[in-house]
Structures are given as C-alpha cells and as structure tokens.
Design a protein. Sequence first.
Length: 156
Amino acid sequence: MRKIAVVFMGIVIMMVASVTFAYPAHLNDDPNYILCDGHMGGAYYVDRSSLVVEQYKPPVYIIAVNVVSVPDVDNGKTKISNVKTYHFMYRYDQRNMYVPMDDPNSDLDWRYLNPNGTYAETGVAMPAGEIAFYLAYNIRFYAEKGDFKDSFYDRI
C-alpha cells in the first residue's frame, strides 16, 4: 500500500511540474512578450512594447496594451493567432480595475474586474491589466488581493 501511495505521489508531482513548464514565461524568449495567462493549452502574452498610457489623472489611470494569443503553446507552438488591444481604467484610490463594457446596450462605460472573481468574470483581462499597471508604474495594483504572487511579477 505504501508503494502505491509513493508512486501516486510521484505521478502527481510530475503532472504539476509539467503544467508549470507548459507555458513559457516569454514567447520565443522575447522579454517583450510576457505570459499573463495560460488556459487549456493556449497562452496569452502582454506585448510590453505596445503599452500606452492614455490618461494620467491620479487617482484615475487609463492604459492600453496589446495581448497576443498563441494556441497549443503547451505543445511547443509559438505562432501568434490573434492580437487584441485591451483598455484598462484604474481607480488607484479605491484599488479598482475596470475594462470597457462589451454590451452596447449597457448604460455603463466600464465593467469592474473583481480581484476575487471567477475566471469567467475576469479571464485574461485581470492578469493583463495587472501587468500593464506594473509595466507603466512599477507598482503592483491588486497584488495579493488578486492572488498575484511574487513569481507573477518576477517574469515582468
């Protein structure tokens, strides 16, 4: 029984290690492309060189950045399949991050990204927004509140 438990633990450790290394921290080792999220084999990278501060009126900041998607990166693929520009509004005094509303029928211009929200609510946007703010100001926005650990910032 003990041998089975040891073998099982070894398999679990190998699976966790393979997931950890499935998504390269930088696309093609280019430090301009920073991993912001990996999901179901695909990865999303913030393009550092695309960052634009659109509004600087403390405590309100608006930043735009391109995020590229790479399908099957866990299988060694590196071809960019899509580029999307994300816009983020930050209320630094409240520590709230927002993205533009997708719904044209909404009365609101911006949608709040809850740092404790589900992946369905925050998706790629929240880690991309965290990276964008850190790149622009060298300040962690949500940090631990959004479950961003030191290792997240180390790749930036």
